[in-house]
Design a protein around this ligand. Sequence first.
Ligand SMILES: [Ca+2]
Ligand SMILES: [Ca+2]
Ligand SMILES: [Zn+2]
Ligand SMILES: [Zn+2]
Length: 604
Amino acid sequence: MQPTSYLLITVYHCMALPWLSQSEKLYHSRDRSDMETSTLQQAELVTDLTSAQDFLAKYGWTEPVIWDSSSTSNDKHVRGLQMIQEGMSNSKEDFAEPTKSPTFIEALKKFQKLNNLTATGILDDATINAMNKPRCGVPDNQISKSNLGEETLQRTSTNETGASNNDTKSSNPPKVRKKRFLDLLMSSDKYKKDQEEQHGVGGKIFSKKLLKWRMLGEGYSSQLSINEQRYVFKLAFRMWSEIMPLDFEEDNTSPLYAVDIKLGFGTGRHLGCTRTFDGSGQEFAHAWFLGDIHFDDDEHFTAPNSDNGISLLKVAVHEIGHVLGLSHIYRPGSIMQPNYIPQESGFELDWSDRKAIQSLYGSCEGPFDTAFDWVHKERNQYGEMVVRYNSYFFRNGWYWMYENRNNRTRYGDPIPISTGWPGIPIQNINAFLHVWTWTRDATYFFKGIQYWRYDRDKDQAYAQDSQGQTYPRLISEGFPGIPSPIDTAFFDRRTQHVFFFRETQVYAFDINRNKVAPNFPKRIIDVFPAIVPNNHPRGHINAAYYSYMHSSLFLFKGKEFWKVVNDKDRRKNPSLPYNGLYPKRPISQQWFDICNVHTSLLKI
Ligand SMILES: [Ca+2]
Ligand SMILES: [Ca+2]
Ligand SMILES: [Zn+2]
Ligand SMILES: [Zn+2]
């Protein structure tokens, strides 16, 4: 459609409808500057004291910038907030000569220090270069408007009219009206409060566990295919989901207000946003806490593993970090550094990112269906046979490999059990068992009244093993005297007994005689006595996990584990009871970041 006729139709509608009470449905800027075909505008660089002063003010170095809610064209209140932000920014000391302003010099020193430059307070070339690096648009120092004094809000509430109280409460989009500075602040807070009630958003972090996201159709990238963009965003959400207890789901059907995080590309004035993009260079994206993410389409965004351009994945992961409540982290290796660091192959969220997000949302926790070390023999570089192991955790239909050396799960986990362990039940495994003697080496999975033997050479469950035994087989046939289903099991190499746990009892099964050992079953609490009275799982154990890393058996139940006293512990402290249980601890304090990922993200 030609712009002229488009305008005419708009005017016609304006005359025909009481349009002032209607929300603006267009996502484009009113002057349509964002619809012009882009002739790649260059961002203005920092070159002198004035532009450096602007830079320091814009990114919160002279004073924190209010940076709060998302803003789309429908959020009139939040638009008002931007006016506040600008008004406050203008109230800073306005020195004609920045070199004489103590505020400017202090801000410059701070900036230099955090960018590993000599804090001279003088604008030299190195400092100018640092300011001109590609960067995120979120200010380095920002405050939430909810941190502005309660007193201010109460004083202004008397200025608020009853009418405007009503219109923010109603589910209809708020009316366009001129408001004074503090009225806007008030109604923005009310707006946010309403949003919180509707969407479960509280304080600076999301209080709900499942967040919906959507790519804005009117804001697709002009440089990457829609499928490439979607893939990158799924991967970016997945990377956060792998290390924190939040799930993310792509939602292309719910009404827009029900979508928590909307992602879009734009140039200059874009997507009804209050903040303008600056052309090619400098700012590449920005995000609003608990809100939306905008990418500067004047930048050369590229797909993962591309050698040139700016990796959309890296930028998306960074901006999602902001949406979740993180500020910039000045630390090498962190994805939350404000500047874009060219992509090293296979970047991942590092330790500081994990700790930062987990300080807001907590760690991922149990329970697990089973956990085990998968032991395999292989020849080392000197041709000697060595035993290696990998640790696995199973929950429902998913499994994680745990890298003990790095104390985290393998990147990209979890994986469906059906993908990694073909032939065993695809979910809710009761137990894993590795029977390992001089004459026997076999691995089994248990579920319900049956068990499966796993062929480690072919990496699939046996239909029939070399002894002619077919699987799955009844537990009562393979392990006479053992009831089913079982809760968990482990093989004690010292006694050559399999311990089967069921409810509050434990059965020792003598694999050489193929029968239950004398005087069993016994109570778990009698065989594995508590060191501290009453600190004991008693029954319904989820997993009995023998860890080669720790040379110890651990009993898992719910979110907690009890470590079983081993021989080394007893040599150090002979008064400890045989198989005694140390007091319980959270599983998440010993094994980090074993996190669920939403199924919509698992199909990557
Ligand atoms: Ca830019
Ligand atoms: Ca179990
Ligand atoms: Zn940022
Ligand atoms: Zn924006």
